[in-house]
Design a binder for this molecule. Structure first.
Ligand code: CS2
Length: 500
C-alpha cells in the first residue's frame, strides 16, 4: 500500500486488507503480479459502480487475473482522485430503505490519454490485456446516430487517421493497438462496448473496421478475422456524486473518499458470450451471458432510457431538478406509465424470462429512489445522441403500426425547446450537446415560426432519418405541442390535458 497511506482511506484499507491483497491490490512487494487483464476506456462513475463491481465479485468468487487499468480520454479528475489512493474507492449502494458500502480494489490505476497516449497504447498492447471495455458515452463513437456510419469529418477521427501512433479517440486507440498487436503476433483482445447504444458491439465492430479500412484494407481484414466485439446491455443508475454526498457519507464511513461512487442496489448486465481471450466469471456473480443481447438492449434503451429522457426534458423545463421529484407527481407518473405501455411496449419483443409489466413497475420504483438525487440536467445532456435509439425508434414503429404517438411527440417538443437554450419563462439553459450550435441557431432563426422551426430540426440528418423528416403528421403534432408548451409555460399542465 503506497498512496492510500496518505489518505483517510487507509483506515478502510486496513479493515479490508485481506480482500484488497487477495485481488493483488497495493502489494508493494509484488509489483509484477498485479493480476491485470482488462483495460477500460472511459472510467467514469458508471463503470466503477457496474463492471468494476461485477469484476471484483467475479475475481473473489472464481479467481482469474482481471484487474482493471482505467483510461480517461479527456479529464484528469478520476486519475487525480484514484491514483493517490492506489485505485481504491468506496461504492455505496442505496435503496429507499437499505444501504451498504464496499471497498472496491479491482482498479489498478488510471491513465490520462491526452497526457500520455504512449502509455495507454503500451497497456493496450501488453500481453496481459485480454479484454478492452468501453463506456465513452454515445458521442465517443464519432458516428452518425441516424445512419450508424463513421463520421470521417469528426476532428478526432481526422486527427487520428493522420497520427495513429498518438491517437485521441477511442477508435484511434483501438485500431492503433490492434495494428501493433497484429504485427507483433500477439493474441487478440475482446472489445466490449458497455454504452447505451443499440447493437453496441456490432456498431463498434463496424466503426473500428471502417476506421481500419482507411488505414489499410489488410488491417481491416485481420481485425475482422481475429477480434470479437460482443454486445452488452448494462443497467445501473449512477448519478454524479456531489461534495454533499461525500461529506454525508464521511460521517458514516469514518473517512472522506473523494472517489466515492453512489448507486442503487439494483443492477443488471446481459452480455453476448463472444470472447476471444477468456473472461471473468461474470455469470457466477449475476450477469447473464446469452447468444443474443439485442432484445434486452432494446427493452432497456426504450423503457428505461426513453423514460429517463422524457423525465429529463419535461421535468427540467418544469423547474424540477431530480428524477424522483418528477416521479413523485402523480400526473408525471401517469404520463410515464402511458408512454411505456401505449407507445413503447408495442415496439418491443419480450426478452426471455422477462415480464414487461413487472419491469416497468420496477423502473418506476427505481426512479422514485429518494437517495439518488439524479439530476434532470445530467440526463438532458447530449440529447441529439440519445433520442434516436431511445424514442425515435419506437416512434417509427408506432407510425408504421398506426399506434399512438402523442407522448413521444410531447417529449420531442420539450427537447426542441430545451435545445434552444432558453426555458419556458425566458431563463437561460447551458445546453451540452455536440449539436448545440446548430440547434440554438435554428431556434434563434425560427422562434417566431414554430412550424418552420420544428420542420428544420427534423431535417438534422444525424438525428432524424428520412422516414421522420418527411412525416408531415409527426411534424405537425410536435409543432402543436411545442406551441402549446410555449403558451402554457408549464409541461405539467400540458401533459394533464393529454391524459384527461
Ligand atoms: C441515463 C443513463 O444519463 C442518462 O442518459 O438515462 O445514464 C441511465 O441512468 C443508465 O443507462 C441506467 O442504466
Amino acid at each position: 500500500m503506497s498512496g492510500a497511506k496518505d489518505t483517510r482511506l487507509s483506515m478502510a484499507y486496513a479493515a479490508n486488507k485481506p480482500l484488497a491483497l487477495s485481488l493483488g491490490c497495493c502489494d508493494d512487494n509484488d509489483s509484477n503480479n498485479k493480476r491485470l487483464g482488462i483495460v477500460h476506456i472511459g472510467i467514469g462513475a458508471f463503470h466503477r459502480a457496474h463492471q468494476a463491481w461485477y469484476t471484483q465479485n467475479a475475481m473473489l468468487k472464481s479467481g482469474g487475473d482481471w484487474r482493471i487499468t482505467g483510461v480517461s480520454l479527456r479529464s484528469e479528475t478520476v486519475a487525480q482522485q484514484l491514483n493517490p489512493q492506489d485505485g481504491l474507492y468506496t461504492l455505496v449502494e442505496q435503496n429507499a430503505d437499505s444501504s451498504s458500502h464496499t471497498l472496491i480494489s479491482v482498479v489498478d490505476k488510471v491513465l490520462v490519454a491526452p497526457q500520455d497516449p504512449q502509455r495507454v497504447l503500451q497497456q493496450l498492447c501488453d500481453k496481459s490485456t485480454r479484454i478492452v471495455s468501453l463506456t465513452i458515452t454515445e458521442k465517443g463513437y464519432c458516428h452518425d446516430g441516424a445512419s450508424g456510419g463513421l463520421n470521417l469529418s469528426h476532428p478526432d477521427i481526422q486527427h487520428d487517421l493522420q497520427n495513429l501512433a498518438s491517437p485521441r479517440s477511442a477508435l484511434g486507440f483501438l485500431v492503433s493497438a490492434m495494428q501493433q498487436r497484429i504485427s507483433e503476433r500477439l493474441a487478440p483482445f475482446t472489445v466490449m462496448s458497455c454504452d447505451n447504444l443499440p447493437n453496441n458491439g456490432q456498431l463498434l465492430r463496424h466503426l473500428v473496421l471502417a476506421f481500419a479500412e482507411q488505414v489499410s484494407p489488410t488491417l481491416a481484414t485481420n481485425i475482422q478475422q481475429q477480434y470479437s466485439f460482443p454486445s452488452s446491455m448494462v443497467d445501473r443508475i449512477v448519478p454524479a456524486v456531489t461534495d454533499e454526498v461525500v461529506s454525508d457519507w464521511a460521517k458514516t464511513l469514518g473517512y472522506s473518499d473523494q472517489a466515492l461512487v453512489l448507486t442503487e442496489c439494483f443492477s443488471q448486465w446481459v452480455i453476448e458470450d463472444d470472447f476471444v481471450n477468456g473472461r471473468p466469471d461474470w455469470e457466477g456473480v449475476g450477469a447473464l451471458l446469452v447468444s443474443n443481447v439485442h432484445v434486452f438492449e432494446t427493452m432497456k434503451l426504450r423503457l428505461l432510457n426513453g423514460s429517463h429522457s422524457a423525465i429529463a426534458y419535461l421535468g427540467y423545463l418544469g423547474g424540477l431538478k431530480t428524477v424522483a421529484e418528477v416521479m413523485r407527481l402523480p400526473s408525471y407518473q401517469m404520463f410515464i406509465r402511458g408512454l411505456m405501455h401505449d407507445e413503447i411496449i408495442p415496439s418491443l419483443e419480450v426478452p426471455p424470462g422477462m415480464d414487461l409489466t413487472v419491469y416497468c413497475e420496477q423502473l418506476i420504483a427505481r426512479f422514485l429512489n429518494p437517495h439518488l438525487h439524479h439530476q434532470t440536467y445530467q440526463i438532458a445532456m447530449d440529447g441529439s445522441q440519445k433520442l434516436p435509439q431511445r424514442l425515435l425508434n419506437p416512434l417509427r414503429s408506432q407510425l408504421a403500426g398506426a399506434g399512438g404517438i402523442n407522448r413521444i411527440a410531447v417529449i420531442i417538443a420539450a427537447w426542441i425547446q430545451y435545445t434552444s437554450g432558453v426555458g419556458l419563462n425566458g431563463e437561460q439553459i447551458t445546453v451540452k450537446d455536440p449539436l448545440s450550435t446548430e440547434l440554438a441557431g435554428l431556434a434563434i432563426q425560427h422562434q417566431h415560426d414554430v412550424g418552420t422551426w420544428v420542420k428544420e430540426v427534423f431535417q438534422l440528418q444525424a438525428v432524424f432519418d428520412e422516414s421522420l423528416s418527411q412525416n408531415i403528421l409527426c411534424i405537425a403534432l410536435v409543432t402543436r405541442y411545442l406551441s402549446a408548451l410555449r403558451e402554457i409555460k408549464q409541461p405539467l399542465a400540458l401533459i394533464e390535458t393529454l391524459d384527461a
